[in-house]
Design a protein around this ligand. Structure first.
Ligand code: SF4
Length: 263
């Protein structure tokens, strides 16, 4: 199949990696395009190789993270999996890092995928300019948005940025956008954002937003610790225990009074 010239096809961005046939990043089998670069520094982040937008290598030089690609080069990879999308109800998911660190590149991929009839999803922290977010959402079928910590001081302490922009953007999207399924995600970090007070504040906040489809609770995990070592970045939460099933259930019971919750 030949594709015509289209606006934005030659725009370049930095892609961390492409993952095929993922079942964790939206409906069906998905091609996940991870973009490099993130303005946050969540202490529990499992992809420290995504922090910098620049291409980088491990301390011993054995692994290189990232490559510069054009929008069309990404689309060539995405199109290869169209038969899988068709049979599974899948599509393309843009993830990071933070896709809003390269908002125009992200927009052009999402817009083109949408134009070609490919189901689109994004994973984001919503830490960015609303106008850029709004035009991406206009082409997205599903948005998975992290709401990491309601307490503003703790948010700053554990992610490196204020949460006011994020809350504002969730409030706006949460009023409802036609054709968009909005899913809020909370990575549960023991002792950081899993208290009754914190979860009730999150539930009450989301309960006021008619456009939120549901809240997803994700247990803390230690994936990525090896990458920290390879990059020479200290991992600050090495002592934390992974939450058990009972605690996850209690967290879900605490929020589902306000908003539909899925573990
Ligand atoms: S927003 Fe995501 S990619 Fe960025 S530091 Fe936090 S967990 Fe990592």
């Amino acid at each position: 199949m030949m594709y015509n010239i289209y606006e934005g096809m030659d725009m370049k961005g930095t892609v961390l990696r492409l993952e095929k046939s993922s079942i964790f990043d939206g409906d069906g089998l998905r091609t996940v395009v991870f973009l490099k670069g993130c303005p946050l520094r969540c202490r529990w982040c499992s992809t420290p190789e995504s922090f910098q937008k620049q291409i980088q290598t491990t301390l011993d030089g054995s692994i290189t993270y990232g490559q510069v690609m054009t929008v069309e080069e990404v689309m060539v990879e995405v199109r290869k999996d169209i038969p899988f999308y068709f049979h599974s109800g899948g599509g393309v998911t843009l993830s990071g890092g933070e896709i809003l660190a390269q908002p125009d590149f992200a927009y052009n991929i999402i817009r083109r995928s949408c134009w070609e009839g490919i189901n689109t999803a994004i994973e984001t922290s919503f830490y960015g300019d609303w106008l850029k977010i709004e035009r991406i959402l206009g082409c997205a079928n599903t948005a998975f948005v992290d709401m990491k910590i309601m307490d503003p001081l703790k948010h700053k302490q554990y992610t490196g940025v204020e949460n006011d922009i994020i809350l504002d953007n969730i409030r706006r999207a949460g009023q409802g956008i036609k054709g968009l399924k909005l899913v809020i995600r909370r990575p549960l970090i023991p002792g950081v954002n899993d208290s009754k007070e914190e979860l009730e504040a999150l539930g009450a906040f989301l309960g006021e937003l008619p456009g939120v489809d549901h809240l997803q609770l994700l247990p803390y995990h230690r994936l990525g610790t090896d990458t920290y070592r390879k990059l020479g970045i200290p991992y600050q939460l090495a002592e934390l225990e992974v939450p058990d099933e009972e605690h996850m259930k209690w967290c879900a019971e605490t929020t589902e009074k306000y908003v539909k919750t899925i573990i």
